[in-house]
Design a protein around this ligand. Structure first.
Ligand SMILES: Nc1ncnc2c1ncn2[C@@H]1O[C@H](COP(=O)(O)OP(=O)(O)O[C@H]2O[C@H](CO)[C@@H](O)[C@H](O)[C@H]2O)[C@@H](O)[C@H]1O
Length: 475
């Protein structure tokens, strides 16, 4: 068995703010069938410690960035975990990154430096008699791993860093060099220096043996100024180390035939009961046009402002909109204002169960993101026969087959894509959606194609396993 340590700041179902958690939570199970034993290192937030069954301390750490800590080994939610019990860093309720005032915790650089430090230590020396061959980190929170491995002289361990969101660079003031246990000699452009400051993500992007991101199209986009967020030069520099591997979804949790949250179905016709229930739950009347749904973090990335601008087109086509999301207060308020209209319903918050009912009950799911490394909700939509209408970018480009005249003629379309990503083009796309929805035969073909498209981990688990094998020379 190949031994891999996954280092992540969140992991479903224990602690989740977004898609990174879904991926970190799904990878170990997906890779088990590929001869990979993956253990996951997580910060000991209260929710994680609370779920940990039969945990045993495997290491004691006298000073982990300002206080004592223990490393616990145990299992939770079917995951094989190593958890950092360090109350001074992680003993805080709520969102893993934000304080009660909604701002980043001021010591986030140290908190996730500590995660990376412990990851590097496990990789360098082992923990409880287990030592990984590969350390696979996620996003900036695992960025300093390679710096620490260098310092611990453990460069026999191979490293992979996956980019889920390049917009978060893990910045820190250069005055924190020593506090972050970084080597001042590496504060330069080939190390972790980024526009005069420190960046944990840059450290990982420069230092990891291999970089991955979560779709082939996004891997190419990252090398362009438009999507690289100031790191496109670094990405071009590392282009030979970079691959795009598509995310899958958890096919057990997201299966319309077994989903306990919904009126279960195997055929698109089974969506009708869910649609009626969703309308009742949201207080929406019957309508002629498609019921569109959105499940999303409300941030600029997700393009939800464009939907509000294009909404009249959907309503003119007899359509409706039901939304679940939270985030940016201005967007939340704008959606709540839109929900005063009779054909729009909005729920602000985070609600796993409701997200299933929305996706089962909707005719179409809207994902108009300005950038999208992979995107998961369009994949849920495909699996549930809820036709995705998506921006032509990143993983949305790789996972949906646009209902172009040619694709419709060949009977292979699974959804609608639009580009350029602006309100006008979205308006046209919504008009196309309403027209397609009216043509019952075409619409049901779209639904059936969507449901037949593979969206699980099979292919991608093989790709990760091949990457690990290549890195360790065990092909
Ligand atoms: N209010 C709410 N209630 C319930 N559930 C909610 C919710 N808001 C969001 N979710 C859920 O959170 C997850 C979000 O994942 P996404 O991939 O869509 O985006 P995110 O930008 O968070 O992830 C980043 O990482 C992932 C993983 O690599 C990439 O797919 C993505 O492109 C990248 O931006 C989905 O499982 C969704 O259902």
């Amino acid at each position: 068995m190949m031994r891999v340590l996954s280092v992540a700041s969140e992991c479903a179902p224990l602690v989740k703010t977004g898609g990174l958690a879904d991926v970190a939570g799904a990878l170990p199970g997906a890779l088990a069938g590929q001869g990979v034993q993956m253990r996951t290192l997580l910060p000991g937030y209260p929710a994680v410690l609370g779920a940990l069954a039969g945990a045993a301390p495997v290491e004691a750490i006298d000073d982990l960035f300002g206080g004592p800590a223990r490393l616990l080994a145990g299992k939770a939610a079917g995951l094989d975990l190593l958890v950092i019990d360090a109350p001074h860093l992680f003993g805080r309720e709520g969102n893993p990154y934000l304080g009660p005032d909604g701002r980043d915790w001021p010591d986030n650089p140290e908190r996730f430096a500590a995660l990376s430090w412990v990851g590097a230590q496990v990789a360098a020396r082992g923990a409880g008699g287990w030592r990984p061959q590969i350390l696979h980190g996620h996003d900036w929170q695992a960025g300093f791993v390679t710096e620490y491995l260098r310092r611990m002289q453990a460069q026999d361990v191979r490293t992979v860093l996956t980019i889920h969101n390049i917009a978060f660079t893990g910045p820190a003031d250069p005055g924190r060099l020593h506090a972050l246990r970084l080597d001042p000699a590496r504060f330069h452009s080939e190390g972790f220096e980024y526009w005069g400051g420190i960046s944990a993500l840059k450290a990982g992007l420069m230092g990891a043996d291999r970089l991955t991101t979560v779709s082939p199209t996004y891997a190419a986009e990252l090398m362009t100024p438009e999507f690289g967020m100031g790191l496109d030069g670094v990405m071009r520099h590392r282009r030979d180390a970079l691959t795009g591997i598509l995310n899958g979804i958890d096919e057990a949790a997201w299966n319309p035939a077994t989903d306990a949250e919904i009126a279960r179905y195997r055929d698109p016709a089974g969506k009708a009961a869910n649609k009626a229930a969703l309308r009742a739950e949201m207080g929406l009347p019957d309508a002629e046009g498609p019921l569109c749904v959105i499940v999303s973090r409300m941030t600029h990335q997700k393009g939800l402002d464009l939907v509000l601008q294009a909404l009249p087109e959907l309503l003119a086509g007899g359509g409706q909109l039901a939304v679940l999301g939270s985030g940016d207060p201005d967007l939340q308020a704008a959606y709540q204002a839109a929900a005063r209209g009779p054909q729009v319903a909005v729920r602000i918050g985070y609600d796993e169960g409701f997200s299933h009912r929305l996706i089962a009950g909707g005719d179409a799911i809207l994902v108009p993101s300005r950038f999208e490394p992979c995107g998961l909700t369009q994949l849920y939509g495909l699996r549930y026969g809820t036709v995705p209408l998506v921006a032509l970018t990143g993983g949305l480009a790789d996972t949906v087959i646009n209902a172009s005249p040619a694709a419709l003629a060949r009977g292979v379309a699974t959804g609608i894509q639009f580009a350029p990503i602006d309100a006008d083009t979205l308006r046209h796309a919504l008009a196309r959606l309403c027209a397609l929805y009216k043509d019952q035969e075409t619409w049901s073909r779209l639904q059936r194609n969507a449901m037949a498209q593979p969206v699980g981990w099979d292919q991608s688990a093989k790709a990760y396993a091949a990457l690990y094998a290549e890195l360790t020379g065990t092909e």
